[in-house]
Design a protein around this ligand. Structure first.
Ligand code: AHM
Ligand code: MG
Length: 338
């Protein structure tokens, strides 16, 4: 019987045809450990009375769930001492956490949303953790080495853990996108979904349709054409899915295709959109692009955006290439002078 490689074996013996720096392997193993521990907290949350909300709000002004706080603490506890980790940027923490006094070129910076989709916790639906890793660039010194506001194109790794019927870790270190399932009993993450790819065409979309009245014309047009079905301008029936958990929606798209939209709209435009650039949109954009898909704000490639703040929000459209390109076309048409 062929052995299913473990995460460590995959990272160290070049399954993805790339030699990975050993300090990055240590960091990824720490991230995997944090996700394994978070999965256990979620599984036992009901016994430990941890599924509810706290009295606190995070920097985003959102009420924190107890498990949001716990997941953040576990990420920091387990990853902060990784050999070359210099900085942690968390959705749940206002300021950047610096874990090294002297920051050096080549050190890693970890951006993460410790528990995404936590509104799904009390109804026992899928939630996840999302992360991205960048490196302090060569030649940067002093304050410049502490610049966490880097483009998504600088990410050396991106991934997520999904806490669903099984716990999975999906990651890319720049080439393939590979999925690992946490084996019950051993706790090992093992390569069950190698080289995940997104088909270029799809007939499935994901959007929170209750916001229809807030959307801009290009998004309304896209939605209207999809739900018009076979007799509409698209000439085919579309299916719709929305889990309110970005990890679960993106995981479905990486598995069978589709397009995901959380656009800027009349109700969230002032904030920049809903989803955060550095630890939600960027890592998902890298995964989706490396799987053959595309990721855009409707006007710009997400990975090209120069961040202005580490909790910045952006509009997000990602998934099967043909649909993302169609949506970009609709935005450009609507923006063109009459
Ligand atoms: P969170 O980081 O506060 O959990 O918010 C992000 C989540 C995404 O997982 C999901 O796509 C979106 O918010 C759902 O938003 P809505 O409740 O508007 O459908
Ligand atoms: Mg989130």
């Amino acid at each position: 019987m062929t052995e299913i490689p473990s995460l460590r074996r995959f990272l160290t013996v070049g399954y993805n045809k790339k030699q990975i720096d050993s300090d990055l392997v240590f960091l990824l193993e720490d991230v995997a450990s944090a996700c394994r521990v978070i999965a256990n907290h979620i599984r036992n949350g009901a016994f430990e009375g941890k599924l509810g909300a706290t009295d606190d709000t995070n920097v985003q002004g959102e009420t924190q769930k107890e498990l949001d706080v716990i997941a953040n603490e576990e990420f920091v506890r387990i990853c902060a001492h990784s050999p070359r980790l210099a900085a942690l940027v968390s959705e749940e923490v206002d300021e950047v956490i610096w874990s090294k006094d002297e920051v050096e070129a080549g050190d890693y910076m970890l951006y993460f949303d410790p528990l995404d989709g936590s509104s799904n916790l009390d109804v026992n639906l899928s939630v996840g953790s999302i992360f991205a890793i960048m490196q302090v660039p060569e030649g940067s010194a002093g304050q410049a080495s502490r610049d966490v506001l880097r483009k998504g194109l600088d990410q050396v790794c991106a991934g997520y853990a999904m806490y669903g019927p099984s716990t999975m870790l999906v990651l890319t270190t720049g080439q393939s996108v590979d999925g690992f399932t946490c084996q019950h009993g051993t706790g090992d993450f093992r390569l069950t979904h190698p080289a995940m790819t997104i088909p270029e065409e799809t007939a499935e979309f994901a959007i929170n349709a209750s916001r229809y009245g807030f959307w801009d014309a290009p998004v309304q047009r896209y939605f209207d054409e999809c739900i018009a079905g076979k007799d509409g301008p698209r000439g085919k029936a579309f299916n719709m899915r929305w889990t309110a958990s970005m990890v679960a929606d993106v995981h479905r798209i990486l598995t069978r295709g589709g397009v995901f939209l959380y656009p800027a709209d009349a109700a969230n435009r002032e904030a920049g959109g809903k989803l955060r650039l550095m630890y939600e949109a960027n890592p998902m954009a890298m995964l989706v692009e490396n799987a053959g898909g595309a990721a855009s704000t409707g006007f710009e490639r997400i990975l090209d955006l120069k961040p202005t703040g580490h909790h910045q929000r952006v509009p997000v459209i990602l998934g099967s290439k043909a649909e993302v390109e169609r949506l970009i076309g609709y935005h450009q048409t609507a923006a063109a002078p009459a």
